[in-house]
Design a protein around this ligand. Sequence first.
Ligand SMILES: Cc1cc2nc3c(=O)[nH]c(=O)nc-3n(C[C@H](O)[C@H](O)[C@H](O)COP(=O)(O)O)c2cc1C
Length: 143
Amino acid sequence: MHHGNTRRVAEILADALGVDILQPLDPRSKQLGASALVGLGSGIYYGRHHVSLLRLVETWIEVPPKVFLFSTAGLPFLRYWQHAALRRRVQKQGCEVVGEFCCAGWDSFGPLWLIGGLNRKRPNESDLRRARKFAEEMARVLR
Ligand SMILES: Cc1cc2nc3c(=O)[nH]c(=O)nc-3n(C[C@H](O)[C@H](O)[C@H](O)COP(=O)(O)O)c2cc1C
């Protein structure tokens, strides 16, 4: 967790969907077969989701039928490509990907701190509003 950016988005999604947030290393994250829909998200690191999330999906004991992917990133417009590693892994496990969400997250990696970083103060109110709307779409998948 670089700045806790994705945590803020996860809290909005969890609140709107009425579900709990689990960490990738929580043993309960391995057995999600009873959950109709699961959201998987982290910051983007070197063009993909956090390695703990990628590993989790590869070692699932029980696989949920449907998932959505989310992230925050320095370069959110690269979502399709930066979600590809996780998307491939969940599809290989036989899950259907029903939606994807990405918004800008404050990034002060390496030399970026010299200029105060990229996307300062993101996610902002408008990003979180978009996240809430996305959660509403995901809730409809379950109906
Ligand atoms: C080591 C490192 C590598 C990163 N690599 C990328 C990247 O490849 N693409 C991108 O869009 N953002 C990249 N970022 C920016 C993060 O994805 C962004 O700051 C994100 O909001 C961090 O989320 P978190 O605070 O939830 O961990 C990187 C940040 C760090 C610290």
